[in-house]
Design a binder for this molecule. Structure first.
Ligand SMILES: Cc1cc2nc3c(=O)[nH]c(=O)nc-3n(C[C@H](O)[C@H](O)[C@H](O)COP(=O)(O)OP(=O)(O)OC[C@H]3O[C@@H](n4cnc5c(N)ncnc54)[C@H](O)[C@@H]3O)c2cc1C
Length: 428
């Protein structure tokens, strides 16, 4: 085909480095049309009365898209911003730009896969192929030592076999040049107000992580710089693992950083500075991230062992003020309240904080775990469906890994929270 044009549909993959979808699109076409959809479904209210996306994540997303646009503009092109659902606009775009194929990254959570399926059906009617890429994980699924259906449900087994028998591929280089489809109007990144946020004027994003590939790579570099106090000076013999946090998660969640890039940077730092528990912690985190994504892929919603999750969610109505008090950080438990305050004001709390507030909500307040997961979905700057719902389900005792030593030690959590062990603390 002469003058073949490929539409590259960006989702949670907002980067140029290690982006196989982009590399392939450039190689297989004469020109590409990068597109991002501000899908209103992601700025809607959920059935829990929470927002699908809170203001901090929306601002981080806007920053990430500005960064991507700027990278494309430096190469003489741009990215098209569309406010609407891909299902409603792709037909027109395919026809207007004479697009031969659409490339995108497939997600694992049900809502996202449904969107891909809808788009695939729509494109099929136009005889246009939707090509799927899976670039979110450290290990490619085809490189795992087992097919998806046989992936061990127990994390320690997944980790052991994967580390022993699978390899982490090297990163794809960032493209040096790109031929872009001719276009005049590329659209604007909507303001927070245009995305539906009602601002009270007190929002201050100074001091929050800046979205985008450039900022993410800068943060990654700073972690391993020779003068990085956290990672090098304190790291070697630090036995207290609870406070470790690279704070890479927001860039990883939006795909501004690829997990492979993080992995190889850690390996490089290890070779320069020697082993370090902080390095191990990051690599372990990346494996947990892969594990939850692959569990979603393998089991879908059945991963939660809640056969009627839909009904559970519908009946998760809560009486009294306990849920609101938890959200507002007014439970009276100082540890929970401190972490909830931090979550509400920064969009980030470390892993230990997430475990503690979730334990408190589920096992002390006896509130359904999905209410907490939905609130985290709104507030977290690093929200990622598989990681969030997977971790919440684990704490509720509903993941497939519940019997293993990796499951959360609730009694330890109650001790830190200084609460008495509640009745029936064990899993539901
Ligand atoms: C209730 C609950 C909800 C959570 N929701 C999310 C979420 O929506 N998005 C998210 O990225 N993480 C989530 N996590 C996992 C984890 O708490 C965060 O990834 C981590 O705190 C981010 O900090 P960091 O970047 O400093 O992590 P590091 O410890 O430095 O780890 C490096 C990276 O590994 C990944 N990672 C680490 N631990 C986990 C884990 N247990 N599960 C999945 N990925 C992990 C993250 O991408 C992280 O950036 C949740 C954990 C709990 C207990």
């Amino acid at each position: 085909m002469k003058n073949k044009k490929i539409l590259v549909w960006f989702r949670n993959d907002l980067r140029l480095h290690d982006n196989e979808m982009l590399v392939e699109a450039i190689a297989k076409s004469d020109s590409i049309l990068p597109v991002y959809f501000f899908d209103p479904r992601y700025f809607d209210e959920t059935r829990f009365g929470t927002a699908k996306t809170g203001v901090f994540r929306a601002e981080f997303l806007r920053g990430s898209l500005k960064s991507l646009r700027s990278a494309f503009r430096k190469m003489g092109g741009d990215i098209l911003f569309v406010q609407g659902r891909p299902e409603d606009y792709l037909k027109e775009l395919v026809e207007r730009f004479d697009i031969a194929e659409v490339y995108h990254h497939r997600e694992v959570a049900p809502e996202e896969t449904l969107i891909s399926d809808n788009v695939e059906d729509l494109l099929w009617t136009l005889k246009v192929n939707l090509r799927h890429f899976i670039g979110h994980t450290l290990y490619n699924k085809e490189d795992l030592p087992f097919p998806i259906k046989d992936i061990p449900d127990v994390f320690s087994q997944f980790k052991k076999k994967t580390e022993r028998d699978a390899i982490v591929k090297s990163c794809f280089s960032s493209p040096e040049s790109i031929a872009f489809v001719e276009n005049q109007e590329w659209g604007e990144i909507p303001s927070l107000e245009e995305l539906g946020f009602i601002l009270n004027g007190n929002e201050n994003f100074n001091g929050y992580p800046e979205g985008g590939e450039e900022a993410g790579l800068g943060h990654l570099k700073s972690l391993f710089a020779a003068d990085s106090t956290i990672y090098l000076k304190n790291g070697k013999n630090n036995a207290d693992k609870s406070g470790l946090s690279s704070q890479l998660s927001a860039w990883l969640a939006l795909g501004c950083l690829s997990p492979r890039m993080v992995y190889w940077q850690v390996k490089d730092a290890e070779s320069k500075f020697g082993p370090n528990i902080h390095f191990n912690q990051i690599l372990l985190g990346l494996l947990w991230r892969d594990y939850f994504r692959f569990m979603f892929k393998k089991h879908g919603i059945a991963f939660f062992q809640e056969e009627k999750l839909e009904n559970e969610v519908l009946y998760a109505a809560v009486e009294g003020d306990a849920l609101d008090n938890w959200k507002l950080g007014k439970t009276g438990n100082p540890i929970v309240d401190k972490y909830m305050f931090d979550l509400n004001t920064t969009g980030f709390i470390p892993h230990i904080g997430r475990q503690l507030v979730a334990t408190y909500l589920i096992h002390v307040q006896k509130i359904h775990w999905t209410c907490g997961a939905a609130y985290f979905e709104e507030k977290l700057i690093d929200y990622a469906a598989a990681s969030n719902w997977g971790n919440w389900a684990s704490i509720a005792g509903l993941s497939k890994d519940v019997k293993s030593k990796n499951s959360v030690d609730l009694n330890k959590q109650f001790k830190i929270l200084e609460v008495e062990i509640p009745d029936q603390p064990s899993f539901a």
